[in-house]
Ligand binder design. Sequence first.
Ligand code: ATP
Length: 365
Amino acid sequence: MATVYFDEATRKFSKDDAPAVDGITLDIADGEFLVLVGPSGCGKSTTLRMLAGLEPVDGGRVLVDGHDQKGVRPRDRDIAMVFQSYALYPNMTAAQNMAFALDNAKVSKAETRQRVAEAAKILELEQLLDRKPGQMSGGQRQRVAMGRAIVRNPKVFCMDEPLSNLDAKLRVSTRSQIAGLQRRLGITTVYVTHDQVEAMTMGHRVAVLRDGRLQQVDTPERLYDAPVNTFVASFIGSPAITLVESSVREGNAEVHGVSVPLDRGVAGRAGEKVVVGLRPESWHVVGSPEGDGDSSSVALNVELVESLGSESFVYGRPAGAGEDAGRVTVRLDKRTHLTVGDVVHVQPNRGEVHVFDAASGERIG
Ligand code: ATP
């Protein structure tokens, strides 16, 4: 087991382009499951590949257990990588694929057999050990790729979108299997995904990247409840948070014509431009859905209803507002039946408002 420390780590592919990874500092604890998440091209894979030694570090350092990895070859790093493509050898059986790295490392035949058998048991691959990748389903291949990492008993697991080739249902079940496995093995894991739900459900902590820069590293709960800026606020949470430009007046911010009381810290910033964020569950319906609202509620023209069975999400545009006013997303319980074209009156819940500085996007309350 091991700690991992990115110390201002930077990767610049060409001198004319902005760095793909721009001075990332990140301290990963022994046994931690750390997820790197962010939109396509934000530098997640490059960060992971620097740790695995597959990408040079152009500035700063990457340390494992306090040792700078500069000059240490990938195969000497004691780090096992699981790729999106699985990278299995097609002509080898599952057992041979798992044993391959151990054979190369001159581990004895008996020990190799034992380690493969143990991994196969953990991953329920015992019946499939003689099959070649072409004779296995995507989920089974994924487990062989995991098995290959496990048998090495490495200091660190690096996983780059290992679930993206699985169908939606298998992805959800494999998600919890990997998280459970990591908990049992206690091996420090750095996991890359662009899927924020995957990140939130698997990571002890989640690091959000944007344009090669770290935005926030926090527990899933903190990321959701206290995003440091509008980028993190809109990236984390599905459906996304509603962000509305406003300004502070007499301790309130106006959201589509409705006064929303602000915390004391923010309320004093009279006249300042802010962005107010409200999550879908931070609204409630006023009166009957079809009834009249009052001046303290927002009348929404319903444009889309997504019913998930246990709850539904309504996407609406404030009545009277222009096209550029943006939509408001509201979670409703399943008993509220609305259809496109209805008008629903909603009110923000007290104390559930996020406030950001309009110019910088930074959280202020
Ligand atoms: P995705 O989710 O799409 O895989 P990512 O967040 O993993 O994206 P990276 O693959 O780390 O992003 O790429 C970060 C940036 O570096 C991108 O702008 C990409 O175009 C650039 N990049 C990656 N690899 C190379 C390379 N070998 N040469 C030049 N630029 C590269």
